[in-house]
Ligand binder design. Structure first.
Ligand code: NAD
Ligand code: GLY
Length: 363
């Protein structure tokens, strides 16, 4: 097992990473205070792992709240449903909420934890690769709004993140690949050697070879912990973690939540960001085509955005991106592999070319 620390003063917390951790209750004991535990999970994950998680908490376990599965339920109605259950159960401020699931369950649970009785502690037990390398770490919590992804939320850090790599064995292949988009993101933004390693070892990584996938998760968590420790509330460097997300969120919202997986739209968005960086003359054509080739050929990800989103619709959705400042859309772009930058005031004609490039992206 490896433990990565997220250093945020009195709100610091450990991320434990390894196989078989759902059978190690001692890792969580220091974080439980003397409250009862309420586990929040969903109808897919609970049948697989709830029994193991109940056993982690023994007589501290009070109940499980099981949500319907899917991004379309990452909604304020679901938050209200959980508040109702917590109030009906008379849970007080010492209650510990435990998120058992992917990024959807984690983001909802974190938001409930941030707001229920003005804040109760919570623990993340992420069960998708995407949640293990990204969403469970760093304290971004929240839900979607019909007008935009993750538009309602709070920064609120967990007490602990417990990553048991064994749970990935039940994850559908499409979900594994969606998670790998966020893994590749870390290489693209700050870690060129990691990107090259992922390029060379794609077969082992895609088939979740324990040695390779554990190493990848550790590297991602270390990078994310470092970025979050430097910029918890996204005043600067943390925005780089949004490579591909301005385009990706627009695609996810335009297509309807749940149509594309979040990681799939991030993959499309990263190829669009590489394409725009190439058009701006910041990266060579070969670098852009390498980005597309790694995602599309080595990792089998969808990289071409749906053709039915008009340029006007992109602009409308991107205008409500959280990185917009005084009406200017700010993009995360590449100066090289491993060197992402945040850039406002991008030439509109070049942007339109990227939005309309379709299969010609990065060609
Ligand atoms: P998800 O939570 O919908 O999980 C994907 C699917 O896998 C679901 O059907 C889920 O029930 C199922 N599942 C989960 N674990 C499983 C397992 N071990 N075995 C079998 N099936 C399993 O999606 P996700 O990709 O984990 O997360 C996407 C969400 O995360 C989006 O809402 C996105 O906005 C959010 N996100 C948040 C952050 C953040 O910093 N908070 C970062 C990235 C993404
Ligand atoms: N996933 C982006 C962030 O946590 O900042």
């Amino acid at each position: 097992m490896e433990t990565v620390s997220v250093d945020l003063g009195e709100r610091s917390y450990p991320i434990h990473i390894g196989a078989g951790l759902l059978a190690q209750p001692e890792l969580l004991t220091p974080h439980l205070g003397n409250g009862k535990v309420v586990v929040i999970s969903n109808e897919v994950v609970a049948p697989l792992y709830l029994d193991a998680v109940k056993a982690l908490f023994a007589d501290r376990f009070a109940e499980a709240i099981i949500l319907p599965d899917g991004e379309q339920h990452k909604h304020l109605d679901t938050v209200a449903f959980i508040y109702d259950r917590l109030l009906a159960g008379k849970y007080d401020r010492k209650t510990i909420l435990v998120a058992l699931g992917g990024g959807v369950v984690g983001d909802i649970t974190g938001f409930v934890a941030a707001t229920y009785q003005r804040g109760v502690p919570f623990i993340q037990i992420p069960t998708t690769l995407l949640a293990q390398v990204d969403s469970s770490v760093g304290g971004k919590t929240g839900v979607n709004h019909a007008r935009g992804k993750n538009m309602i939320g709070a920064f609120y850090q967990p007490e602990c993140v417990l990553i048991d790599t064994d749970v990935l064995t039940s994850l559908p292949e499409r979900e594994v690949k969606a998670g790998l988009a966020e893994v590749l993101k870390y290489g693209l933004i700050v870690d060129a050697p990691f990107f090259s390693w992922l390029e060379s070892h794609s077969e082992e990584v895609v088939r979740l070879d324990p040695e390779f996938i554990t190493q990848a998760i550790q590297i991602c968590c270390k990078t994310k912990a470092d970025v979050v420790a430097r910029d918890e509330r996204e005043g600067g460097v943390r925005a780089l973690l949004n490579l591909g997300h301005t385009f990706g969120h627009a695609i996810e919202t335009a297509a309807g939540y749940g149509t594309w997986l979040h990681g799939e739209t991030v993959a499309m968005g990263m190829v669009m960001a590489a394409d725009l960086s190439k058009r701006l003359g910041w990266i060579a054509a070969e670098t852009a085509s390498r980005v597309r080739a790694v995602l599309e050929q080595k990792y089998g990800m969808p990289v071409i955005p749906p053709a039915d989103i008009s340029v006007e619709r992109y602009f409308e959705l991107m205008a409500s991106d959280k990185k917009v400042e005084q009406g200017t859309i700010r993009f995360i772009l590449l100066r090289d592999i491993g060197e992402a930058v945040i850039e406002g005031g991008v030439d509109e004609q070049l942007l339109i070319q990227t939005l309309s490039a379709g299969d010609q992206l990065c060609r």
